[in-house]
Structures are given as structure tokens and as C-alpha cells.
Design a protein around this ligand. Sequence first.
Ligand code: PLP
Length: 375
Amino acid sequence: MIYLDNNATTNLHPEIADLISHSLYKNWGNPSASYHFGSKEKLTIEKARELVSNLINSHPNEILFTSCATESNSTVFNTIFEQFSNSSKNKIITTKIEHSSIIENCKLAETKGFEVIYLDVDEEGMINLDELETAISSNTCLVSIMWANNETGVIYPVRQVADYCQSKNVLFHCDAVQAVGKVHIDLEEIQIDYLSLSAHKIHGPKGIGALYIRSGTPIKPLIYGGGQENGIRGGTYNTAYIAALGKACELAKLNLNSYIKNTSYMRNIFEQLLSEEFENIYFNGRNSLRIPNTSNFGFKGIDSEIILNFLNNQDIFLSSGSACTSNVITPSHVITAMKSYESANEAIRLSLSSLNSVDEIKEIIEKLKTLISLL
Ligand code: PLP
């Protein structure tokens, strides 16, 4: 198989698989227990917290463990709901190209009486900072803008957004799921208040994530329970997966430079070959700053499903940005916002990891040549 859908999820790193199995079989005590067999696992958890905070240059006590980035995002919105419902600060600003876990929370916010502004993006997927400045007013409580887009890889100007929010005394949440482990992140330099991340995008397991909460920033529990995580997130500690997230962050930090070098090298070859071989090819977001592993493209006049099905039959896995809900396929809201509904129907995403190879890139180009010549 050729797996080219690493923004959807990544394979589990073998070292992390070993660590999980060791924790589940040998060190399965409850960290909240008073006896040593359980309580020693508190050290495992605190070590993982330190490793997560190191990757984004923050402080361990600013890291909250969650079950996934969707929960991290929802925890931020729930905090905003509790803090600002029935107050005059009831405006939330986001973009049209966020992940569904943000968009759905924004829709929920609207039912709770919040006003939500969805910023437009241009053809290259970029927001306009002037529009953000105009949208922020004295009643804005939250700005939520992703670091990098999961479909196009486009990177957003989070430093400027953070500075602007800070100067206006507005909380800034950043969904950094697709940026963590792919670009340098330094939260001592950039004044983000909340940042969400997830293990399974960086060779960790599915079902574990974290929320960075800048010291002194308000936070309320989404899940109440036995007082874990200082009462902010109830539920018995998932020690194995927390340790796995820590390890994934440690490896991501160690491998960041080679990851950037390898994936951008392969992506450049891929995009160059596509441009050379096909006349009707176009790219989405290629002229913006992007994370190094992602390419989004389309063949003019050809539905992406035709291409993806053909590749799928040959065990080559890429994706479109379409969402499938109740058996109805909705073309990508990201490409629709950037370009048009037609482009969204044609959009294909390739997302690499360091484990991919130039040979795989060349093989997929050959397969595409075969298919396109038949159409
Ligand atoms: N945010 C972005 C940008 C994502 O790409 C994803 C997953 O695809 C999520 C949030 C949700 O992450 P999780 O699967 O950990 O809930």
C-alpha cells in the first residue's frame, strides 16, 4: 500500500506501541491511588506533560490532557459559554475554513445567543488581517483561528493575530493540530491563550490530545468527575496514552528539522511532476505559506472521486476534503470558501510523512498518467 493521507491520521511509531503495551500490561495501576503501584504513575503523567510542553515551548502546568483535539476545542468553547453567556461580550470571530470541531462549536454558540463572524479567505486560502481588525470590537470575547489548514496546509498569520488579540484584550484560541510537529512552535514568543493538539497526527495513538492554556487564562471543565487535572478534566487517567502523547511529542521535536526537509522535498517533486505531466492540473493554496507535507490539487473538469476510487483500487490512499454525513457527500467547505463548489468537487489532498519515499511519489504520478489518458 501507499499511504498518503497523513493529515487524517498517521501510523503508530513502533517505540510508542511498545511503550503503550508496557504501560497497559505492567504499569496499569490507577495514578490517583494512594499506594505505590498506582501513584508512581503520576510521575509518568508529569513526565509526559513536560514533553508536550517542550514541543511548543510552554510550561508543563499549562498542559491539560484530553481525549482528543475535538475535546480540547470543545473545552475552550465551553469555557467561553460559561464565562460570557448573558454578558455584553458575546461575539466570537473565526474563519470559514476551520475544522468541523470548531465550526460545530460556533453553530452551538449561535444557539446560545453568541454572534459569530466567519472570516472569508481569498483564492489562496488566506484571511485578510484588516477584516479581522475591523471585526474585533469591544464585545468580542474569543478569536479562534487555526495554525494550519488540514486540507490545504495553508499556514495562518497566528503571530499577528495573537498580537492583535492581546492588544484588544480578546482571548485567542488556535487549533494547531496540523501544525504541531510540522513547524516550529514557540509559545513564549507567540501570545496564544489556548492551543489544541492531538497525538494521532504525529505517530501517536488516536484518542488522546491536549489543550495548552496560558497561565492565568480562564478555563472551565467540560467533563466533571474525580478531580483529575486539578478538577478541570474528570476521568481516570489514561496513563498509557498520555505517556504515548508525551513520547510522540518528544520524537516530533527530535525529528522536526528532518521532517520539514524530507516532506517538503517530496512534495516539491510531486507538484513539479504534476505540473509537467498534466495540462489540466491546478493547485489549491500553493502560493501561500504552507506546512511542508501537504499538497491540494485538482484536475479541471474531473471529479476527485473518480481519481480517488481508481487509486483506492490499487491500494494508494489519498483523500478529498469531502465530508460524508448520512450518506450524503458534501464537497469540502474549505475549497468552496477559497474557490467554488466545482473546485471543491475536484479537490484531492496528498499529505506525507517522513516514511513516504520519492519512489512512491513517482508511482502515483505513473498511475495518474494511466488514468487521465483513459478519461
Ligand atoms: N482540528 C484539525 C485541524 C484537525 O485536522 C483534526 C483532525 O483531523 C481535529 C481538529 C480533530 O482532532 P481529533 O481527531 O484529535 O479530535
